[in-house]
Design a protein around this ligand. Structure first.
Ligand code: PRX
Length: 701
C-alpha cells in the first residue's frame, strides 16, 4: 500500500476552531483490475469540472439522460439562492429509468427484490416487466385515484419491489411522491402527509422483520387521524398486499377509503400511460428530514437537475455499468435509497437489488449469501451496518464466494478500524471503497474519492466530487487552509444540479438555515456570494481530503439517520408529567450515536419507571423505533444559563463521561453534580476524551 505517513495534527484549541487529534492514515490504491473496467479513469475529469468550466461542466451529466426538449440555460441564478438548473428542458424521470432501456435491455433484471424469509425466492423484475407494472399502476393512480402532475402523494411502504414501482408510476405522471421511511410511526407519516397536502396514502399491509410479520397497515389509521388533526383529509388509502389475495393485517379495511391495489389493478391490465414531459424544474419528490426545529422539513427535489446529478455520480463514483448487479442496503425511505437504489442505478440500466428484512436474519451470513446467490458486484451500506455485521460475524464473509469490485460507505463517519475490516474482510482486499459524504438536501454525493483515480484514506471522505468545491470556514467566515488540523464548518462554494429547490412551503427557512450564515451579500445575484452551509464540522488534510466530524447543530445522527433534538423533546413534552425535556447524543458502539433523554417532572410527581417507560413509548409512537433512547434520566432540574436556556452541552458531557467544561456561568451550577450522580452514581467517574461532534454539540447555545 502506497504512501504511509504518520503525522500529528496541530494542537490548538479555541472555542470555534477545535483542533482535531488524529493521525494520518495509510492510503490504499484501487486494483489494476478495477481500473481496467472503470467508467471514470481519465484524470482530465478534474479539468473538465474545474471552477472555470462551471456550470457548463454539468451538461456532461444531463447528456446521460434522454430529454424531450433540451434546456436553454444550464444555471439560472436570478433568484438566489433558489437556483434553477437546465431551464427550459423537458424530461420524465420514469421514462429515463424504464422506457428508454427497453430497446437494449428489455429482458435484463431491473430489480431483484429479496424477501426476508429465506425459503421465499428472490423476485426478479425485468425492464420489460417493470415497464408494464409501472404503466399499470400509473394508470390506476391517474384514473382511479385521480392524481395528476403536481399533486402530492405520501407513501409508507417497506422494502419490496412495489415501492420503486410506486415511485416510478408517480414520476411518470409528474405526481410528487413523498416516501416516509417504513420504520417511522403512523403519526410521523400522518404529519408528513399533512405538511405536503397529500390526500392519498399508499401502504403495504405488512412485511417481514426478524422472522415476524409486522402489521404495517395498522399505522395507516394512526396516520389518517394525525393528518386530520392537522386539517388534512385522507380520501384514499391504496394498500399493496405482501401476499396478493391474502391480507396480513388485523386492521379492517375501511369501505370507500381503503382499496387493495391487486384487486383494482385487474381493471388496468396492460394499460399504457404516456410519460408526462415535465419541466426540468418541476418537483420530482419530497423527502422529509430532521432539522433544528421540532418540525421535519420537506426537502423538495427537482426533476432534471436531480436526475442528471444522481445519474452522473452513479456512473462515475459508484462505477455502475448496465452489466452490474448493484446492492445498496439502505432503505428507500431515506435519500440514499431514492438516489442510489432507484433513480441513479435504474437511469443507468443496472440491476438494483433490494432486501426486505434485517441483515443479520436468520444469521450473520445472510448478507453474504444474498451477494453470492445474486452475483452482486457493487455493495453500498452504512458504517452502522458494517459495525453490526462485523460484530455478528467478523469472519463470516470468508465463507462465501461473492466478488465485490466496489463498496460504498455513507451516512456517518467511519472509524479507520471499521473501514479496514470492510476493506480486508468484506472487500477481500480487492474492492475499492468510496466514503461518500452528503445529505438529504443535496440529492447526491458531495465528497468522495473517484474510485479508479484517487487513493483511498480510511476515515476520510476525500475531495469534493467533480463540480463540487467544498471549503471550510471558521465562525468569522474566514477560509481555513488545508493541513492545519483545525475543524470548522464545511460549506460548498457553488450550486450543483442535485441541491434541493427549497423546503416545501417554507422559503424563508430554506434561506435562513442553509445560506444566511455565510452569505456575502444578500442582494447579490452571483452564486459566488452564496455558499451552502452544511451544518457539519470537518477538517481538511494537506492532501485535500475532507474528514467529516459530524453535525454542528441540534441534530443527532442515529445509525446514519437524522433525528432533531427538538423533535424528540416536543414528543417527550406530550407526556403530562414532563415539565422539561432535553435530548443529547451518546456514543453507541454499533449505531454511532443514540439519543439519551433528560426530563424534569412537574411539581407533585415522583420519578418512577412507569413515567420513563411512557416517555419511551411516546417517542416510539410519535416518531418510530429509531428514536428509542438509550436511557431516560429523571433529574431535579436542568443546567441553565442565566437567560433560562437549557445547556445541552453539559448534559451531553455527563452522558458521555466527558469533561463538563466551564459551568461557572450557569444560573444553577450546583445542579450539575446532582445530575452527574443521577447518571453516573455517587462515585466520581473519570472523564474521557470524546469525539469531536460531542465537543461541538450544543456549542451554539
Ligand atoms: O453529518 C453528516 C452525516 O449524515 C448527515 C446527513 O444525514 P442525512 O441527511 O440523513 O443523509 C444521510 C445519507 C446521505 C450529514 O450532515 N454523513 C453523511 N455521510 C457521511 C456523514 N458523516 C461522515 N461521513 C460520511 N460519509
Amino acid at each position: 500500500m502506497a504512501d504511509s505517513k504518520t503525522k500529528s495534527a496541530v494542537v490548538d484549541t479555541t472555542e470555534h476552531q477545535i483542533a482535531v487529534h488524529w493521525k494520518e492514515e495509510e492510503n490504499y490504491k484501487p486494483t489494476a483490475e478495477f481500473i481496467a473496467q472503470a467508467n471514470l479513469t481519465d484524470p482530465a475529469i478534474n479539468e473538465r469540472f474545474a471552477e472555470k468550466n462551471f456550470p457548463q461542466c454539468f451538461e456532461e451529466y444531463a447528456d446521460m439522460l434522454t430529454w424531450y426538449k433540451r434546456w436553454d440555460t444550464v444555471l439560472d441564478t436570478n433568484d438566489p439562492p433558489f437556483w434553477k438548473w437546465f431551464v427550459g428542458g423537458k424530461i420524465n424521470a420514469s421514462y429515463n429509468c424504464v422506457d428508454r432501456h427497453l430497446a437494449k435491455y428489455k429482458n435484463k433484471a431491473a430489480l431483484i427484490s429479496v424477501p426476508e424469509p429465506e425459503g421465499e425466492d428472490p423476485v426478479t423484475i425485468t425492464y420489460q416487466e417493470l415497464y408494464i407494472r409501472v404503466n399499470e399502476f400509473a394508470a390506476l393512480l391517474r384514473d382511479f385515484a385521480g392524481l395528476k402532475a403536481g399533486d402530492r402523494v405520501t407513501i409508507h411502504m417497506p422494502m419490496l419491489a412495489e415501492l420503486p414501482i410506486t415511485m416510478l408510476a408517480c414520476a411518470r405522471l409528474g405526481v410528487i411522491h413523498s416516501v416516509v421511511f417504513g420504520g417511522f410511526s403512523g403519526e410521523a407519516c400522518g404529519l408528513r402527509a399533512a405538511d405536503s397536502g397529500s390526500n392519498v396514502l399508499i401502504y403495504m399491509d405488512g412485511y417481514y422483520r426478524s422472522g415476524k410479520m409486522i402489521d404495517h397497515k395498522a399505522s395507516a389509521e394512526i396516520a389518517v387521524a394525525a393528518a386530520e388533526k392537522e386539517g388534512q383529509k385522507i380520501d384514499k388509502i391504496l394498500v399493496w398486499r405482501r401476499h396478493p389475495d391474502k391480507y396480513c393485517s388485523a386492521t379492517p379495511m375501511v369501505k370507500g377509503r381503503d382499496f387493495f391495489v391487486d384487486e383494482i389493478l385487474k381493471d388496468y391490465r396492460g394499460k399504457l400511460v404516456d410519460p408526462v414531459p415535465m419541466d426540468a424544474e418541476a418537483p420530482l419528490f419530497l423527502m422529509y428530514t430532521s432539522g433544528t426545529t421540532g418540525k421535519p422539513k420537506g426537502c423538495q427535489h427537482r426533476t432534471g437537475g436531480y436526475l442528471a446529478y444522481v445519474t452522473g455520480t452513479s456512473k462515475y463514483i459508484q462505477d455502475i455499468h448496465p452489466t452490474d448487479t448493484y446492492w445498496c442496503m439502505a432503505d428507500i425511505g431515506w435519500i440514499t435509497g431514492h438516489s442510489y437504489i432507484v433513480y441513479g442505478p435504474l437511469a443507468l440500466a443496472a440491476t438494483s437489488v433490494t432486501y426486505e428484512g434485517v441483515p443479520t436474519y436468520p444469521d450473520a451470513g445472510r448478507v453474504w449469501r444474498i451477494a453470492e446467490r445474486l452475483g452482486v458486484n457493487i455493495f453500498h451500506t452504512s458504517p452502522t451496518a458494517i459495525r453490526m455485521l462485523r460484530k455478528a460475524g467478523a469472519e463470516e464473509p470468508r465463507k462465501y464466494h461473492y466478488n465485490f469490485k466496489h463498496m460504498t460507505t455513507v451516512g456517518e463517519p467511519i472509524e479507520p478500524e471499521v473501514w479496514r475490516w470492510y476493506y480486508n474482510e468484506v472487500g477481500k482486499q480487492k474492492a475499492v471503497i468510496v466514503d461518500t459524504w452528503w445529505q438529504t438536501e443535496n440529492g447526491g454525493f458531495l465528497c468522495s474519492t473517484k474510485p479508479a483515480i484517487d487513493l483511498m484514506k480510511p476515515g476520510s471522505a476525500g475531495p469534493g466530487v467533480p463540480g463540487i468545491y467544498p471549503v471550510i470556514y471558521d465562525e468569522q467566515a474566514k477560509e481555513m487552509s488545508a493541513g492545519t488540523g483545525k475543524a470548522g464548518n464545511i460549506c460548498i462554494k457553488n450550486p450543483w444540479p442535485g441541491i434541493f429547490q427549497t423546503i416545501w412551503g417554507d422559503r424563508e427557512r430554506f434561506v435562513k438555515q442553509y445560506y444566511s450564515k455565510y452569505c456575502k451579500d444578500p442582494k447579490s445575484k452571483k452564486w459566488q456570494d452564496w455558499p451552502y452551509f452544511a451544518a457539519d464540522g470537518a477538517v481538511l488534510a494537506a492532501d485535500g481530503y475532507f474528514r467529516i466530524l459530524g453535525r454542528v447543530d441540534d441534530v443527532i445522527n442515529v445509525a446514519g439517520h437524522r433525528l432533531g433534538t427538538k423533535e424528540l423533546e416536543s414528543a417527550c413534552l406530550t407526556v403530562p408529567e414532563v415539565a422539561e425535556a432535553a435530548v443529547v447524543p451518546v456514543v453507541d458502539e454499533i449505531k454511532g450515536r443514540v439519543p439519551e433523554i433528560y426530563i424534569v417532572l412537574r411539581p407533585g410527581y415522583a420519578p418512577s419507571k412507569e413515567i420513563t417507560d411512557r416517555v419511551i413509548a411516546t417517542l416510539e409512537t410519535m416518531i418510530g423505533k429509531i428514536a428509542r433512547p438509550k436511557q431516560v434520566h429523571i433529574v431535579p432540574d436542568m443546567p441553565k444559563t442565566r437567560s433560562g436556556k437549557i445547556m445541552r452541552r453539559v448534559l451531553a458531557a455527563i452522558s458521555n463521561t466527558l469533561d463538563t467544561g466551564d459551568i461557572s456561568t450557569l444560573a444553577n451550577p450546583d445542579v450539575v453534580e446532582q445530575i452527574r450522580q443521577v447518571v453516573q452514581g455517587k462515585e466520581k467517574v473519570a472523564t474521557k476524551e470524546g469525539p469531536e461532534d460531542l465537543k461541538q454539540f450544543g456549542k451554539e447555545e
